[in-house]
Design a protein around this ligand. Structure first.
Ligand SMILES: *[C@@H]1O[C@H](CO)[C@@H](O)[C@H](O)[C@H]1NC(C)=O
Ligand SMILES: *[C@@H]1O[C@H](CO)[C@@H](O)[C@H](O)[C@H]1NC(C)=O
Ligand SMILES: *[C@@H]1O[C@H](CO)[C@@H](O)[C@H](O)[C@H]1NC(C)=O
Ligand SMILES: *[C@@H]1O[C@H](CO)[C@@H](O)[C@H](O)[C@H]1NC(C)=O
Length: 341
């Protein structure tokens, strides 16, 4: 189903659905969840959210160390990140793929990601209270080590859409699209939403959560007794502008698709996302308790959440502690931190 047709369904219900843009905070080789303290980490990430992000992100309450955020809701100092997408040309060199701003978001922002916090699905919480994440909470979804199509197919929340236009939805795939996509590639990360009720994190950053998503924004299954607490359904959409690289004469001669994640994944099965909760005080719970929807969640439209203008979002940045060419301008012979093929 398309989210814009679901809007009409949701309008009749009384459950909150947040959808908002966050501009880019930083693009560098840092990974405070999986490789805390490593400067640099093994692969490049693109990061959005609060400016407390660094190589050793604090474990108590990240909102306490932040003074600005790239998200439109100004009480959201969380950090959200994914790998960076590259194009590998026929001659074997790599260039970073730029991101662009999704439809119906604050205009003028520097593309990062679209973030969702929804209920059990788009239109209902399944008559269950949604418990917001707590300070110190973090999790990951997916893993760069996944190389099997079976495993990738089973991760129903991790998908790609080949964008014919900015509005294309549905027709999601577990692997990178195989043909050029006129409006780029959307990478989708739906996180698990059932919590064990005890642990803010776990050694693999996943065992404290359980995934009941059935794909897209469809109704999730019930949470199991081991992970009984239903939390917001967190999801990211990242719009990768492949336009400059859609000329097949620079694609590999064997016709294979040329896009590759920053950890050198040509199939796309290792797609993964990271999350560190950082909403100020009870702002997220307040929103999830309300029946606000998308931009209607902002105080400017009578909703519960404070909003900020694009200029303030774009002005929030984390300086580069890893200074290297990540392929923004130059063509790279090797992906940063990776081995040559
Ligand atoms: C990360 O930020 C904390 C403060 O939030 C600071 O104490 C620490 O030195 C920073 N670490 C790095 C590697 O920048
Ligand atoms: C490699 O290919 C890209 C894309 O066609 C081109 O812009 C670049 O100049 C090439 N680099 C070399 C060293 O040939
Ligand atoms: C996508 O990239 C192309 C080519 O670089 C550029 O002309 C276009 O403006 C970009 N589209 C968006 C929506 O940013
Ligand atoms: C959210 O709703 C729950 C259950 O109704 C209530 O206990 C809690 O105080 C509410 N929290 C906020 C911040 O509104």
């Amino acid at each position: 189903m398309k989210w814009f047709t679901l809007v009409a369904v949701l309008a009749e219900s009384s459950q909150a659905a947040l959808r908002f843009g966050c501009s880019v905070l930083s693009v560098q080789r840092l990974d405070p969840l999986v490789q805390p303290g490593a400067i640099p980490s093994t692969h490049v990430h693109q990061i959005i959210g609060g400016n407390a992000f660094n190589a050793t992100i604090r474990t108590d309450d990240v909102s306490k160390g932040a003074s600005c955020t790239t998200c439109v809701f100004s009480e959201d100092f969380s950090n959200y990140w994914t790998a960076l997408l590259y194009f590998k040309a026929r001659n074997g060199t790599y260039k970073r793929v730029p991101q662009y701003v999704n439809a119906d978001l604050t205009s003028g922002i520097q593309a990062g990601m679209t973030v969702y916090y929804t209920q059990q699905d788009f239109s209902s919480n399944g008559n269950k209270h949604i418990t917001a994440f707590q300070p110190g909470f973090r999790m990951t979804v997916g893993s760069p080590t996944v190389t099997s199509s079976t495993k990738a197919a089973s991760q129903k929340g991790l998908r790609y859409t080949c964008l014919q236009t900015i509005m294309t939805r549905g027709a999601e795939t577990a692997a990178f699209p195989t043909a050029p996509c006129p409006a780029g590639i959307m990478a989708i990360h739906h996180f698990p939403a059932c919590w064990d009720g005890k642990n803010l994190d776990s050694p693999n950053h996943q065992d404290h959560m359980y995934d009941t998503s059935t794909g897209g924004f469809q109704v999730a299954s019930a949470c199991p007794s081991t992970h009984p607490v239903r939390m917001p359904q967190l999801a990211y959409e990242t719009m990768w502008n492949t336009t400059a690289f859609n000329d097949k004469s620079i694609w590999p001669t064997d016709g294979s698709q040329p896009f590759v994640w920053s950890y050198n994944d040509k199939l796309g099965y290792g797609t993964h996302g990271d999350y560190v909760f950082g909403w100020k005080d009870d702002a997220l719970q307040r929103a999830m308790n309300s029946s606000c929807m998308f931009t209607g969640c902002g105080t400017d439209q009578g909703g519960p959440l404070k909003v900020q203008a694009a200029a303030a979002m774009n002005a929030c940045k984390v300086p580069d502690t890893v200074t290297e060419d990540i392929g923004t301008n130059a063509w790279l012979s090797v992906l940063p931190g990776q081995k040559a093929d």
